[in-house]
Ligand binder design. Structure first.
Ligand code: GTP
Length: 417
């Protein structure tokens, strides 16, 4: 039965039961098919001192040799003096879903005697990617927008067991408003469980102390309990203590796993009892890749764009901003058009009111004229009646009637008795 649901008094929603299958329930599948056909773009950045296992972890995460085995680092004197930015792209496919993955590496970060400005080239790189996206957005043909923005930044923390170093804090402070930060404790197999727990606590308190925002798995209203529990579980592992290995090793019980073999046993990468790799993969790839992309677009990029335009001395509603932003221009045109319509309507109302007033005044005037004429005629009749009364009295008393001018100016004759 259709039921009428009032909606703030503005409109009403009629809920109807379908009599049969119409087909819009297939919309999610249509979206899915389209997305699969188009493929996905994802860009991850890895930052951390040399040798912390960044390349190995990326290879482990995407289960591919994205990074070929590296040459050992040249002696310090021969290394470049600035942080270089290198990106590697790869098209990977899983169950028919294509992902264009780009990994941005930052060799040299933290490797100098003076690392004060190590964060600078990285911020510049992230911003230049925002710039290139903004430029594509403003093109007339926006059909083929390539999203090269960095969607997540894995920040590798040295497994010192102390607390964050100056360079870690400085980097995160400079970057947290521009990129989704995901801190990881590198080479966690070099620490005991207890050391890791203490270290995590210290890192989190440093992060909170410096008001650094790190990416959190989002939860929404009306989310089911399972999803909320999953998000909480992931959040409880941050910063992820990870172990990377792209090599298969055999466990003492004969299983072939990805891990690192030690004389005392095997550390398994995919075993949640051994490290947080599985949870990191869940956050970065399996559950929240789309959220990372969305947050980058809706919050980080949007804030950067607004700030950039403001920095150019362009307020959101000024003409330059509209020139840059077609949506804002359209919005302004709509507002102007509406204002024009409202003005026309007001003018028409005024003219109408004027006409009505004029008509009313004319009617009043003719009414007054009519009334005056009526009064004049009434007075004349009154006077005639009084005259006649007078004459009657005189006749009755036997006196002759003196001729007099009547109101029309003619002489009246004697009345004979
Ligand atoms: P750069 O490219 O020089 O910046 O180094 P990187 O951070 O990419 O490190 P890479 O992945 O090349 O690993 C450096 C060394 O650490 C290699 O010998 C790896 O086998 C080793 N390694 C990588 N991950 C781990 C880990 O989780 N635990 C331990 N113990 N060693 C690791």
């Amino acid at each position: 039965n259709p039921s009428l649901v009032p909606n703030n008094g503005l409109s009403s929603v009629i809920r109807k039961k379908l009599m049969g299958y119409v087909g819009f329930a297939n919309l999610p599948n249509q979206v899915h098919r389209k997305s699969v056909r188009k493929g996905f773009q994802f860009t991850a950045m890895v930052v951390g001192e040399s040798g912390l296992g960044k390349s190995t972890l990326i290879n482990t995460l995407f289960n591919t040799t994205l990074y070929p085995p590296k040459e050992p680092l040249p002696p310090a004197a021969e290394r470049p003096k600035t942080v270089a930015i290198e990106s590697i792209g790869a098209d990977i496919e899983e169950n028919g879903v294509r992902l264009h993955l780009t990994v941005v590496d930052t060799p040299g970060f933290g490797d100098f005697v003076n690392n004060d400005d190590s964060w600078k080239p990285i911020v510049e790189n992230i911003e230049s990617r925002f710039d290139s996206y903004l430029e594509q957005e403003n093109r007339v043909n926006r059909m083929k927008v390539v999203d090269n923005r960095v969607h997540a930044c894995l920040y590798f923390i040295q497994p010192t067991g102390h607390s964050l170093k100056e360079i870690d804090i400085e980097f995160m402070r400079r970057l947290h408003t521009k990129v989704n930060l995901i801190p990881v404790i590198a080479k966690a197999d070099t620490m005991t469980d207890e050391e890791i727990a203490d270290f995590k606590e210290r890192i989190l308190s440093d992060i909170a102390h410096h008001n650094i925002h790190i990416f959190q798995a989002p939860t929404y209203e009306n989310e089911d309990e399972e999803t909320i529990a999953e998000a909480e579980e992931i959040a409880s592992k941050i910063p992820f203590a990870v172990v990377g290995s792209d090599k298969a090793v055999v466990t003492p019980d004969g299983r072939e796993v990805r891990g690192r073999a030690y004389p005392w046993g095997v550390v398994e990468v995919d075993n949640e009892e051994h490290c947080d790799f599985v949870k990191l993969r869940q956050m970065l790839v399996r559950t929240y890749m789309e959220e990372l992309r969305e947050y980058t677009n809706d919050v980080l990029y949007e804030n950067w764009r607004t700030e950039k335009l403001m920095g150019m001395g362009v307020a959101q509603d000024s003409s330059v901003f509209k020139e840059i932003n077609p949506a804002a221009r359209m919005q302004e045109e709509r507002v102007l058009h509406e204002a024009k319509l409202a003005k026309m309507e007001a003018e028409m109302k005024m003219v109408f009111q004027q006409k009505v007033q004029e008509k009313e005044a004319k009617l009043k005037q003719s009414e007054e004229e009519l009334y005056a004429r009526h009064k004049e005629m009434k007075d004349a009749l009154e006077k005639q009646r009084a005259d006649l009364e007078e004459k009657k009295k005189k006749i009755e008393s036997g006196r002759p009637i003196t001729p007099e001018k009547n109101t029309t100016g003619r002489r009246k004759g004697f009345l004979r008795t």
